[in-house]
Design a protein around this ligand. Structure first.
Ligand SMILES: Nc1ncnc2c1ncn2[C@@H]1O[C@H](COP(=O)(O)OP(=O)(O)OP(=O)(O)O)[C@@H](O)[C@H]1O
Ligand code: SF4
Ligand SMILES: [Mg+2]
Length: 371
């Protein structure tokens, strides 16, 4: 018998540990600091949510973890219309200064630093041990191939000897797990025959079929209408509860993160501002930005009220997020913060663990009154 008491009391192992990660694009306006000194970790089997306004760097962070960032950034520099930009990008990448395009820092996945891993080694992990459900359904599935063929691709890539009958069984099993209607007859059809919600189910099946340790889901519901969003959330919840897999769910919608995440990181202007348990982050956020963000979501306000909190008052955060090629000095949130003091305008707050399981980037932690 499993010694449950003993197993349950052991801390879960870190599956992903991101340390001081930077990912900068080169643009006509200068460096775009999309990911700036980001550190956090995901443990075995848990769901970590990444929440932040549009353009704050969430997808760039996912691309940097998956080892795609430099390719995407280089391609963007090459197609920018400015012929010097690609050269600058390549030259900058070889530089030693911390202010250069590309990825810096570490991404430990099961103890291996992926940023140092040669591409030929990385391809053995990608899709098999860690996989990603990309943002936006539009380009994710190849219109030329059947969805059955595409769903089985991660297995085929990593096991060239897999027998066709085994592969077909596996594909049908996974399409069934995500409840794709009539999968048995429709798996030969191309992606054009499926709705947005169905395409998302197929992408989820594809991300799981090789039995990964970690799945990154980038905005898994954002391109869908409300009823379909609910169905996809139910599929993701089933995966969280029934599969032995860690999830890193990225969204600009606090409602999505609240439904799924055990722990939540809040990102602003390329930086993680606060990281804590879902209860901490949704019910007692400490960072002025997290407080503002949570106070602007109706679902979170209702959730707090149901849990015995005050009647919800919805407030937005004044002003706009900065352009990431021109981030304000000091705390990047200072132009919008109601608690700003002189120090905030000149000094970047350190990202520090202020309590167990609670990290924050704010000079005034502990001074600002709780709500
Ligand atoms: N190829 C690129 N070249 C230059 N800048 C880019 C490129 N792609 C994204 N950016 C910029 O990097 C920043 C972060 O973009 P990213 O897509 O990571 O944000 P996001 O948080 O995922 O946004 P959303 O919620 O809209 O998906 C944005 O300011 C964006 O304009
Ligand atoms: S460091 Fe200052 S400006 Fe930034 S969030 Fe804290 S109080 Fe506000
Ligand atoms: Mg994005």
């Amino acid at each position: 018998m499993k010694p449950e008491g003993i197993v349950a009391s052991l801390p879960k192992a870190e599956i992903l540990a991101v340390r001081n990660l930077k990912a900068y694009y080169a643009s006509k306006k200068g460096l775009v600091r999309a990911v700036d000194d980001v550190s956090f970790m995901v443990r075995e089997g848990e769901c970590v949510g990444l929440l932040g306004e549009s353009g704050c760097g969430k997808t760039s962070l996912a691309l940097a973890i998956m080892g795609f960032f430099e390719r995407v950034a280089r391609y963007a520099a090459g197609t920018s219309g400015d012929p010097t930009l690609r050269k600058e990008f390549d030259k900058g990448m070889k530089g030693v200064t911390p202010d250069r395009p590309g990825v810096q820092g570490s991404v430990y996945f099961r103890g291996v630093d992926l940023t140092k891993l040669p591409e030929e080694e990385f391809v053995k992990l990608r899709g098999r041990e860690l996989s990603m459900i990309p943002q936006g359904l539009g380009h994710a599935l190849n219109p030329m191939y059947s969805i059955g063929m595409q769903t089985g691709e991660p297995v085929e890539i990593h096991d060239e000897h897999v027998r066709l009958i085994q592969l077909k069984r596996k594909v049908l099993e996974y399409l069934g797990l995500v409840s794709l209607a009539d999968a048995g007859t429709r798996f030969v059809m191309d992606p054009g025959s499926f709705s947005g919600g169905e395409a998302q189910r197929i992408l989820i099946a594809m991300s799981l079929i090789s039995g990964p340790y970690l799945v990154i889901a980038d905005e898994p519901t954002s391109a869908l209408d409300v009823t379909i969003q609910r169905q996809i959330l139910n599929v993701l919840r089933m995966i969280r509860d029934e599969f032995d897999v860690a999830l890193f769910v990225i969204s600009h919608d606090a409602g999505v993160v609240a439904e799924l995440a055990d722990r939540v990181a809040v990102m602003y202007a390329g930086r993680i501002m606060e990281f804590g348990t879902a209860v901490q982050m949704f019910h007692h956020p400490d960072h002025p930005y997290t407080k503002g963000l949570m106070a602007s979501f109706p679902t979170i306000a209702m959730m707090r009220m149901k849990a015995g909190g005050k009647r919800p008052v919805l407030r937005g955060i004044r002003g706009y997020p900065p352009d990431l090629s021109d981030v304000p000095r000091g705390c990047p949130f200072h132009p919008r913060c109601d608690f700003v003091v002189d120090r905030c305008r000149s000094e970047i707050p350190e990202y520090r663990e202020v309590e167990p399981e609670h990290w924050i980037r704010c000079h005034r932690w502990g001074e600002i009154e709780q709500e």
